[in-house]
Design a protein around this ligand. Sequence first.
Ligand code: NAD
Ligand code: MG
Length: 401
Amino acid sequence: MAAHAPRNVAVLGATGSIGASALDVIARHPDRYRVSVLAAGHNVDALIALCVAHRPDHAVIADASLYPRLRDGLAGAGLSTRAHAGDAPLDALVADAACDTVVAAIVGAAGLSSTLAAARAGKRLLLANKESLVLAGELVTGAADAAGADIIPIDSEHNAIFQCLRSRQAQGDVSRIVLTASGGPFRGRSRSELAQVTREQAVAHPKWSMGPKISVDSATLMNKGLELIEAHHLFGVGRERLDVLVHPQSLVHSLVEFADGSTLAQLGLPDMRTSLAVGLGWPERIDSGVPGLDLLQHPRLDFEAPDTDAFPCLRLAWEAMEAGGTAPAVLNAANEVAVSAFLQGRVGFLSIPALVEDALAALPATPADSLEALLEADAQARRLTERNLAGHLSPMSAEIR
Ligand code: NAD
Ligand code: MG
């Protein structure tokens, strides 16, 4: 039993995959945590249903046109939950006394503003929204340092690294961080075999159940590229100490090699509730609902090098990380536009890396130390990629729709 009042948790992206996992873990520990804020993008009915189940003080829908439905739905359900709409009220709630812990699980650059608000307000920040670190990593980690916010990465790889790094005192003794990658649904395919793959195939991840955008990112290996940039910001290591290893079983979530030759890994079943329980409970370990790993049931652990010819997004992310400045913001924005177009059946799978590469070539990196400069690079890359979509329109798009 926790001796103190329960911690107030804001779950941003509550209707998504990570949101559901977070709410599952929180509901296992009513003495430790209560849900105080729930926020979602457009799915107002799902948000109201979550409010009925978790009775938060506040609910926020990003799409302002849905505010009346949210307000009336909450009242109709007999809830005292206050309705809000838009980004500014969300940022204000994240920053004020409504919560002390924030699960940042909005997908895409749309999550940057609330992630920054939580960091600036010194909250415990359970950071799933990797795009905010790719877009503005130094600003997010700098704000967290200045305000004393603890960032606990929720991405399974970074959560694994976070745990492994707690086995030593100083920074300097880490010789290598190895991110594992499942390889996604198309592991082992050649570039030419990828030309005709469909949305349904791309989002059918072999090991993880996730939202559509990150599922496509896993299929292109852009997810691993974004995670390299994420690791660079979270752990302060450069390219020379970062590596990627394909591990199809998704049981080893990442590895850290130390100066003395020790390599530590974190293992577990592929279920995001483990990372979320680490984030909620740390430094204590709490029940996540995930059973322990029985290696006799999973006796094989395979490892192979990533294929950057078939999956150029990983190479593009390495290059953007090395270029620095605005390049990761351009990479991320072009990727968001391209993935969205792919999910709508407008362009083929191979157009995703092509569109990202075009954006990086057309918008060379410039130094960027302000949020305005990064948001401008993000907006420019979105406009450019929207225009470039015309040249990629899929011959299959009509029949897919
Ligand atoms: P998802 O698509 O399942 O859910 C996204 C959530 O964000 C939804 O609740 C949606 O309503 C909300 N949202 C979208 N736009 C919004 C906006 N403008 N304002 C407010 N809310 C908005 O996505 P997911 O798989 O849960 O992923 C969420 C984040 O976590 C992503 O950044 C992803 O990369 C990261 N992540 C996810 C997993 C996973 O297993 N799903 C693993 C690691 C990291
Ligand atoms: Mg991950």
